[in-house]
Write a new protein. Structure first.
Length: 213
């Protein structure tokens, strides 16, 4: 029973990890409107809630430790490694950092970051030249920057699911969809027929397996 007290309560790690991802998100979103700030604030709250339970206070684990221990006897759900709930629930055993769910989470997070970075480069160049972003990741989907954020959050959910982040995840998706639609209305007014042709050919968030001819 000594592990929970040493494995959690690491508030400097909560602050450092939260700041890293919040500053990273801010550098790519650069919120301007009130809606931008709301979506950025919600993402920041998601990140803080995640790392608070990961290193600070494991609220989800404490709330469900009794029922989880009864359902999965032999698993110490108050240990830090058991915050990787999916690894324990599916009984993979061993170090959860090398389990299939943790590996999947790394893939989602890294791909989300790569997508976000590559999309921002294209978007920045297009905005500088007063053009519509239609190359690179924008050739596959219309909103790769928001898709990148969603993949990052999904990766963290797979790695370390909590009550708060599970509730916040669909809310954030809804906010990103609204923000994307608002941006599309502006693009339609500015680029007219170019936007119409691009939107007809390119899906919003999920790429097509086969492109239209």
């Amino acid at each position: 029973m000594n592990e929970p007290s040493s494995a959690y309560g690491l508030w400097p790690l909560v602050i450092i990890n939260s700041l890293i991802f919040i500053i990273f998100a801010f550098s790519f979103t650069k919120p301007k409107t009130s809606r931008d700030w709301r979506s950025f604030g919600a993402f920041s709250a998601f990140i803080v809630a995640l790392f608070t339970e990961m290193y600070g206070f494991p609220l989800t684990i404490y709330l469900f430790s009794g029922s989880l221990s009864a359902t999965f006897p032999g698993v110490d759900f108050l240990s830090h490694n058991s915050g990787h709930l999916l690894e324990d629930i599916f009984g993979w055993g061993g170090d959860p950092h090398f389990g299939p769910f943790h590996i999947l989470s790394y893939i989602l997070i890294i791909y989300g970051i790569v997508l976000l970075v590559s999309a921002w480069r294209v978007l920045y160049a297009a905005q500088r030249d007063h053009q519509l972003a239609i190359i690179g990741p924008y050739a596959k989907i219309r909103h790769p920057q928001y898709a990148g954020f969603i993949l990052i959050m999904l990766g963290f959910l797979v790695q370390w699911p909590t009550i708060l982040t599970l509730v916040m995840f669909p809310v954030l998706i809804w906010m990103y969809v609204r923000l994307a639609r608002s941006e599309e209305r502006d693009a339609k007014l500015k680029f007219a027929e170019i936007w119409a042709a691009y939107a007809e050919q390119t899906p919003a968030f999920i790429p097509r397996l086969f492109q239209k001819k």
